[in-house]
Design a protein around this ligand. Structure first.
Ligand code: KG4
Ligand code: ZN
Length: 411
């Protein structure tokens, strides 16, 4: 059914995406087509996809560079940029696909969760579009779309475990069906990408010649390669909490205090690049990685104890911007190898926000006939929306202690 080529990369399975070349313009459309639209945070994305998961056309406008300069997302700026770009992005995706509006079977758009002002732009645009072209509308849950993106590349069967780690997300869930999720754990404060972005900002890595054009998380990964993580020992978060929730704010405090101490020792002002940035990056990355790995390990053991994972090919899917961090992937690979799970990550491009993952979620819903609306009067966006049924209390009650596991990564 799926015509994607698999290739092994650093112990984690990756998949090449099949997109359509220009020959699409002469192609006879024989399957249902979905236009997907994403505007929940800082990416304006659109894609046209057929029912087999083939990407016919896509376009993406990222606001990341603008927000990097202001040191974080200003919602009104994000809203303005979505408003300025959405028309062009959708038009580009449509033109590249060679599909006309009348050939679309449905429009799928992220309506939750996300920044209210950003979600509003995508929803308004989509509701006008479906009204004008008389199309059914499929409201999409952003986290569900992230969780299921992997199925575009591989027929991963339900149930499977999902870890979503990015600048805005940090959660562990069991995907049991396209609209059936159990939430096992989530962050109590901030997401790991956000933590690494803030650490990078506090270290003024933007002034580092190797890091001026990349995200904070990427900068941490890059510098960590030349650092000694043992030079700074940060206390692992939530060691006495036997659940699958995450917390990164305490680690950020520890890192900030170490940076302040070093600035005093070196007699430099805040904003000066410290001589030990590589070591701080390495220690931060390792602590983030081992925290994520331990929570994931417990989630796997919980699912196994409760018989929630299949005995054949149990799978952990990892997605979100932070999933592209190779050190974190390798740490997770130690956990999945130990517990007998397959580790799957969508290609980096599809781990982050885009219109393709929304179109794919629309395709999955269209195939199963779930959540397809012909009337849109009642549709609204929801900035806060839980993923599935929250069983984090049950996970906590199980209080699973982890067996010792060496999370030592060597390049
Ligand atoms: O999924 P994404 O594009 O959007 C948000 O949810 O914000 O993820 C972006 C986040 C940023 O915080 C970025 O620093 C982080 O993912 N990130 C990384 C890496 N690449 C991106 N964090 C660690 N290592 C990386 N290689
Ligand atoms: Zn996202």
């Amino acid at each position: 059914m799926f015509a994607f080529k698999a290739s092994a990369q650093q112990g984690t399975r990756m998949f090449r995406v099949k997109t359509l070349s220009k020959c699409v313009f002469r192609r006879k459309i024989s399957s249902r087509l979905v236009l997907g639209i994403e505007t929940s945070c800082d990416e304006t994305g659109a894609a046209v996809m057929d029912e087999t998961g083939l990407i016919l056309g896509e376009s993406l406008h990222s606001q990341k560079e603008v927000h990097m300069k202001t040191g974080g997302i200003i919602p009104t700026v994000a809203q303005r940029l979505h408003r300025e770009n959405i028309g062009r992005v959708v038009q580009e995706a449509m033109e590249r696909s060679g599909v006309t509006q009348s050939q679309l079977s449905a429009v799928a758009t992220t309506v939750k969760p996300g920044l209210a002002l950003s979600l509003g732009i995508g929803l308004d645009f989509s509701l006008n579009f479906v009204k004008l072209h008389q199309k059914p509308f499929i409201p999409i849950h952003h986290m569900e779309a992230h969780a299921l993106t992997v199925r575009m590349f591989q027929p991963v069967v339900f149930p499977f475990l999902v870890l979503l780690v990015s600048g805005g997300h940090s959660l562990l869930a069991l995907a049991r069906g396209i609209d059936d999720f159990l939430l096992l754990g989530q962050t109590l404060d901030e997401a790991p990408g956000d933590t690494m972005d803030k650490v990078a900002r506090r270290l003024s890595l933007i002034k580092h010649p190797k890091c001026s054009m990349i995200s904070g998380g990427q900068a941490i990964e890059l510098l960590a390669r030349d650092g000694d993580r043992l030079k700074f020992l940060f206390k692992p978060p939530m060691g006495a909490h036997y659940d699958c929730n995450f917390s990164f704010a305490g680690l950020r405090n520890q890192v900030t205090m170490s940076i302040q101490k070093k600035e005093v020792e070196e007699g430099v002002e805040q904003g000066t690049l410290l001589s030990c940035v590589n070591d701080i990056a390495a220690a931060t990355q390792h602590t983030v990685a081992s925290h994520i790995a331990k929570r994931t390990h417990r989630a796997i053991l919980f699912c196994k104890a409760k018989g929630l994972l299949p005995s054949c090919n149990p799978t952990l899917v990892v997605s979100g911007g932070v999933a592209s961090n190779q050190y974190i992937r390798k740490t997770l690979k130690i956990v999945t190898d130990t517990t007998g799970l397959h580790l799957l990550c969508p290609p980096s491009k599809f781990c982050t926000d885009n219109g393709v993952m929304i179109a794919w979620n629309g395709v999955e819903r269209l195939r199963e006939g779930k959540g397809i609306l012909s009337h849109t009067e009642e549709v609204n966006y929801e900035p806060k929306a839980p993923l599935g049924v929250n069983i984090t209390a049950e996970v906590k009650e199980a209080a699973i202690k982890l067996p010792p596991l060496k999370l030592r990564i060597t390049d």
